[in-house]
Ligand binder design. Structure first.
Ligand code: DSN
Length: 478
C-alpha cells in the first residue's frame, strides 16, 4: 500500500465533499487535526485503519437489505450478501464462534438482538405453547398480548453500574431496564473484585433467565467459566457483553477461562473499541440461538448498513493478522504501565491496578469529583471520561472516578515509557486542580481551578509525547 494512495483517497474525497458543502469538508479535516493533537485516553475509542474508514464511504450505503444472507426482503442484494457473509466468516474464524450476526448498528442494538433471541427461545410461554409454534411470527394477536405480559416480567442478573456494568444490562434509563426485572451483582468492597460466591448466591436467590457477564468500567479479567457454571446451576442463559475487551479476545490475550466465547451461550460486542473496526455491533452465539439472532432485522433493528458491514469485514480481516495479537498484548502492557506510573505517584486505583485495557482512578484522593477531574484534564489536552467508582457517593453524573484506556494510544504506537510520562501528566494536573465552591460557599461538584499556564504547559507536553507517533502518518490533507 503506497502512502500516496491513502492521501490521495482522502484528499479526493474531501475535494468532492467540499464542492457541495465546504463546511462539512472543513469539519472532517478539523476532526483529524483534533484527533492528531489530543492524548486520547477514552477507553472505548480507537482509530480505525484507512481501509476500514474507506470501506464505509460508498454506494453500499444506498442499499436496503433487510433479512439475512440469501434471504432478503429486497432484490439485488448479491453484493451485500458477499460482504455480510465475509464479515460473518471472519468473525466466526477470529473468535471461534459457531454463528456470527454482523448487522447490529451498535452495542445497544446487539444486546437487544441477544435479549430478544433469548426471550423468544427460552421463555416457557403459555402463549407459545398454546399456539404450539416455535416461530414467533405465527402468533395471533391474543397470543402476543399474553406473551408481552410474560416478557415484561423476566429476570436479568448483571453487574451493577457503579461496579462497572453497562446501562444496557437491565438498568432503568435503558429499555433493558423496562424489559427485565433486574438485580445486580457488585464487587467486593475490600478488593474491588467480583466475588463469584456472591454472584452464585444472588443467582440462587433471584433465579434469572439471563446472567450477564461483561462490563464497561471493570479493570480486571473475568472468569467466564465460573460464571457459566453459575448460570447452569440455576438454568439461566449466560450472555457476555465483550464490547470493551473484544480486541483482547481477538488478540488471544484473554484465553481459557477468560475468553467468553467458548463459555457463553451468546456474546455481544461493539466493533469499534479495542477491536478497532467501524462503529457498530455484532452477536456471536451457539447454534441453538442462531435462528432467533438472525431475526434481528426487522425484529429489533432497522435496515442493515451494508457499508458498515463492508468495513466490519475489512477490520475483522485485519484482526485475524498475526500483528493484531501483538497490538492486543501491547494494549494491556501499556495499561499496566499507566497504572503502575499512577500508583507510584500516589493515585488510588479501583482494584489497585489493571489486567485489561483500562484503569479507573478514584479521584476523591485528589479532593476532586470525576467531573472536575475530567474537565481539568481536558483543559490540559488529555481526553478522558468521568466514571462512577463502586459505592460512588457522587452518583453517575458527577462521579468520583476517571476512566482511562490504552487502545487508541497503543494504535498510535506509544509504548510503556510514554505511558509513564502520561501518568506524570495526569498526576500533575490532578494534584494542581482545586475543587471550587458555589456562590453560597458550599462545595461545588463541578467548579474547579487550574492555573491556565500549567494547563497549557501540560497540553504542550502531551503534544510532544505524541509527536513521534503521528496519527495516520500517510495521510496529508494539505
Ligand atoms: N459508551 C461506551 C463506553 O464508553 O464504554 C459503552 O457504551
Amino acid at each position: 500500500m503506497s502512502h500516496n494512495a491513502e492521501s490521495t483517497a482522502f484528499r479526493s474525497a474531501l475535494e468532492v465533499i467540499r464542492a457541495v458543502e465546504p463546511r462539512v469538508a472543513d469539519a472532517i479535516g478539523a476532526e483529524l487535526t483534533d484527533q492528531r493533537e489530543s492524548l486520547k485516553l477514552i477507553a472505548s475509542e480507537n482509530y480505525a485503519s484507512p481501509a476500514t474508514l474507506l470501506a464505509m464511504g460508498n454506494w453500499f450505503s444506498d442499499k436496503y437489505a433487510e433479512g439475512t444472507v440469501g434471504r432478503r426482503f429486497y432484490a439485488g442484494c448479491q453484493n451485500v450478501d458477499t460482504v455480510e457473509a465475509l464479515a460473518a466468516e471472519h468473525a466466526r474464524e477470529l473468535f471461534g464462534a459457531a454463528h456470527a450476526y454482523v448487522q447490529p448498528h451498535s452495542g445497544i442494538d446487539a444486546n437487544l438482538v441477544a435479549f430478544w433471541a433469548v426471550l423468544a427461545d427460552r421463555v416457557e410461554s403459555p402463549a407459545l405453547k398454546k399456539a404450539q409454534v416455535r416461530q414467533v411470527n405465527d402468533l395471533t394477536e391474543a397470543d402476543w398480548f399474553a406473551l408481552r405480559r410474560e416478557l415484561g416480567n423476566q429476570r436479568m442478573l448483571g453487574m451493577s453500574l457503579d461496579a462497572g456494568g453497562h446501562l444496557t444490562h437491565g438498568f432503568r434509563p435503558n429499555i433493558s431496564g423496562k424489559m427485565f426485572d433486574q438485580r445486580s451483582y457488585g464487587t467486593d468492597p475490600a478488593t474491588g473484585l467480583i466475588d463469584y460466591d456472591r454472584v452464585a448466591e444472588a443467582a440462587r436467590e433471584f433465579k434469572p433467565l439471563i446472567l450477564v457477564g461483561g462490563y464497561s468500567a471493570y479493570p480486571r479479567k473475568v472468569n467466564f467459566r465460573i460464571l457459566r457454571e453459575i448460570a447452569d446451576s440455576v438454568g439461566a442463559t449466560f450472555m457476555v457483553d465483550m464490547a470493551h475487551f473484544a480486541g483482547l479476545v481477538a488478540g488471544k490475550v484473554f484465553t481459557g477461562d477468560f475468553d467468553p466465547v467458548p463459555h457463553a451461550h451468546i456474546v455481544t460486542t461493539t466493533t469499534h473499541k479495542s477491536l478497532r473496526g467501524p462503529r457498530g455491533g455484532m452477536v456471536l452465539c451457539q447454534p441453538e440461538l442462531a435462528d432467533q439472532v438472525d431475526r434481528g432485522c426487522p425484529m429489533v433493528l432497522g435496515g442493515p448498513l451494508p457499508h458498515v458491514m463492508a468495513a466490519k469485514a475489512v477490520a475483522l480481516a485485519e484482526a485475524r493478522r498475526p500483528d493484531f495479537a501483538d497490538y492486543a498484548q501491547r494494549i494491556v502492557d501499556n495499561a499496566q504501565a499507566l497504572a503502575d506510573g499512577l500508583l507510584r505517584r500516589g493515585a488510588t486505583l479501583v482494584t489497585g491496578g489493571t489486567d485489561n485495557h483500562l484503569v479507573l482512578i478514584d479521584v476523591s484522593g485528589y479532593g476532586l469529583t470525576g467531573r472536575q477531574a475530567e474537565q481539568a484534564l481536558l483543559d490540559s489536552g488529555i481526553v478522558t471520561n468521568r466514571n462512577s467508582v463502586p459505592q460512588d457517593p457522587n452518583g453517575a453524573w458527577y462521579t468520583s472516578g476517571i476512566r482511562i484506556g490504552t487502545p487508541a494510544l497503543t494504535t498510535r504506537g506509544l509504548g510503556t515509557a510514554e505511558m509513564d510520562q502520561t501518568a506524570e501528566l495526569i498526576h500533575t494536573v490532578l494534584t494542581q486542580t482545586t475543587a471550587g465552591a458555589n456562590a453560597d460557599g458550599t462545595p461545588s461538584k463541578a467548579k474547579y481551578t487550574l492555573d491556565a499556564d500549567l494547563a497549557d504547559k501540560v497540553a504542550r507536553q502531551a503534544t510532544d509525547l505524541l509527536a513521534p507517533h503521528p496519527l495516520y502518518p500517510a495521510i496529508n490533507l494539505t
